[in-house]
Design a protein around this ligand. Structure first.
Ligand SMILES: NC(=O)c1ccc[n+]([C@@H]2O[C@H](COP(=O)([O-])OP(=O)(O)OC[C@H]3O[C@@H](n4cnc5c(N)ncnc54)[C@H](OP(=O)(O)O)[C@@H]3O)[C@@H](O)[C@H]2O)c1
Length: 301
């Protein structure tokens, strides 16, 4: 990882999981780090942990973590789905804390359910957070980033390229993130703003714990196929991919294999997933939707 001394990094969803791991790694490389999320308690707990990473003056030897002089950290409470809030708070942060050289859009929520059991509000919540959240921060910050160039990393998912059983609300939000990112890349190239999309596999974070509680058996049977990664690994590969100016960052071998197979042989991927779903349906003995999924969503909005 290169030095980020004197650079400013914004991370939405920086209070937990992949976003928090990335915030710590950028802090360790000397960046000024601002994190954004809703829950003030989580922000208050995350900020000292990020600060404690300081700047490692001797990264390859005995740890020597001391913040670089002037290194700054900030936590801002906001809901990325609220565009008025995002416009106001992102602009104020850019003016007072400094405009971002790197923007990581990591805020997200995920629940599964059968299509016919997914309430409208759940579609709305996932689109508002996972897609509009990305749209809102990017459009709020483009005026500042256009003056200096920089990197934007939008966190999608392998479910942003593959439509998987049980993800009627989540998949569209992540497909939208990828489409939006491709447009931002094309339009912002002349301003030296580089865009990457991270497509993590299952990653050991609080979101995955919540998501697992809502998975119908068919989804459970399919979803275990891409392996489990730690947020620190995913964050490190995200930063490496961003530094290498990759558009699509797909961490993990099984995840990359699924992505590649889906690109070249989508029919094969669909038939493997259909077969996994069919086996799960046979096992539960009901043979179909609407009977035997979690049905109850513990975090239904
Ligand atoms: N974990 C996985 O298996 C996995 C796989 C593929 C993709 N992803 C994606 O990776 C990203 C990070 O997920 P994670 O697993 O690291 O989840 P996580 O540990 O639950 O972290 C999610 C972060 O987003 C914030 N957040 C949620 N809704 C928000 C909102 N409306 N406004 C502002 N902040 C909000 C949360 O804080 P508050 O709740 O306090 O707001 C938290 O900081 C998400 O986009 C997720 O979809 C995760």
């Amino acid at each position: 990882m290169k030095s980020y001394q004197g650079k400013t990094v914004y991370i939405t969803g920086g209070s937990s999981g992949i976003g928090l791991a990335a915030a710590k790694q950028f802090a360790g490389a000397g960046a000024n780090v601002a994190i954004f999320s809703r829950d003030q308690k989580k922000l208050d707990a995350a900020l000292p942990a990020i600060q404690a990473m300081g700047h490692d003056r001797n990264p390859s030897g005995i740890s020597d973590r001391v913040p670089v002089p002037g290194q700054k950290f900030l936590a801002v409470q906001l809901d990325v789905g609220n565009h008025t809030d995002v416009d106001a708070k992102m602009s104020a942060t850019a003016r007072d804390f400094g405009a971002p050289d790197v923007l990581v859009n990591c805020a997200g929520v995920a629940w599964c359910n059968y299509i016919e059991e997914t309430p409208y509000e759940q579609y709305e919540r996932m689109m508002m957070t996972d897609f509009f959240g990305v749209r809102n921060t990017v459009t709020a910050l483009l005026p500042f980033m256009k003056e200096r160039g920089g990197n934007i990393v939008n966190v999608a998912s392998i479910l942003g390229v593959i439509g998987v059983f049980g993800y009627a609300a989540y998949c569209p939000s992540k497909f939208a993130v990828i489409g939006f990112s491709e447009v931002v890349r094309a339009e912002m190239k002349k301003y030296n703003i580089r865009v990457s999309v991270l497509c993590p596999p299952d990653t050991d974070t609080p979101q995955l714990v919540e998501e697992n509680k809502t998975k119908p058996p068919e989804t459970r049977a399919i979803a275990g196929n891409t392996g489990l990664m730690q947020p620190e690994q995913v964050a490190a590969l995200m930063i490496k991919g961003m530094e290498g100016n990759k558009l699509m960052i797909v961490p993990g071998f099984m995840n990359w294999l699924s992505w590649t197979l889906n690109r070249w042989t989508p029919g094969l991927v669909r038939s493997v997933m259909d077969s996994d779903a069919k086996k799960a349906q046979a096992k539960k003995g009901s043979g179909g939707q609407g009977s035997g999924g979690s049905g109850q969503n513990p975090r239904t909005p």
